[in-house]
Design a protein. Structure first.
Length: 188
């Protein structure tokens, strides 16, 4: 027969183990040439989107891409273009999970897409301000938020203020390259 102390210790270990096994919201580190950004992904509210994003992370798809679109009082966008402004080949588009209750507030990471609601593949953006018009039910149909910056908003703010230029038919391209050196899961 267990003593009360043994029972409580056993219960405590079980709870810790259960919490570790059910941690659903992994974090990633976006390492850029201007500093690091830590993002907590919300797998509970955007499971398809987080799974898709992490599949690109695991494939090292983002390594060496750039933030190719920077609009100071809107967002910084990356995850699909090379330094020479060529778009990388992606996996199939995913279903838009914009009705998940998460908002395009400052620091939220969301999927970029075309006018087709279900066209997101690899590209993402980090909101630099609250962008209510991008939320579900807004005039643009909704952009799926799937996480938030938990550390490194100073780096986001550094990126958002870089001078931009036009490159071919692309506008708002940083005049000096803002490179994504790597994106990797943060060890738990």
């Amino acid at each position: 027969m267990k003593t009360l102390a043994q029972f409580l210790l056993s219960l405590f270990i079980s709870i810790i183990t259960l919490n570790a096994e059910t941690k659903m919201n992994p974090s990633v580190k976006i390492e850029t040439n201007l500093g690091d950004i830590i993002v907590e992904l919300n797998a509970e509210k955007a499971p398809l989107t987080v799974k898709n994003f992490l599949s690109y992370v695991e494939d090292k798809f983002y390594d060496g891409t750039i933030f190719h679109r920077v609009i100071k009082d809107f967002m910084i966008q990356g995850g699909g273009m090379t330094s020479d402004m060529n778009e990388k080949n992606t996996k199939a588009a995913i279903t838009n999970e914009c009705a998940n209750g998460l908002k395009n507030d400052r620091g939220a990471i969301a999927m970029a897409r075309t006018n087709d609601l279900d066209s997101a593949t690899s590209q993402f953006f980090i909101n630099t301000v609250d962008n209510k018009s991008l939320n579900h039910g807004g005039p643009y149909g909704g952009y799926c938020v799937f996480g938030k910056v938990t550390d490194g908003m100073d780096v986001v703010d550094k990126i958002r203020t870089v001078p931009t230029k036009n490159v071919g038919h692309h506008g708002d391209v940083p005049a000096q390259e803002v490179k994504i050196l790597s994106i990797a899961k943060v060890a738990e």
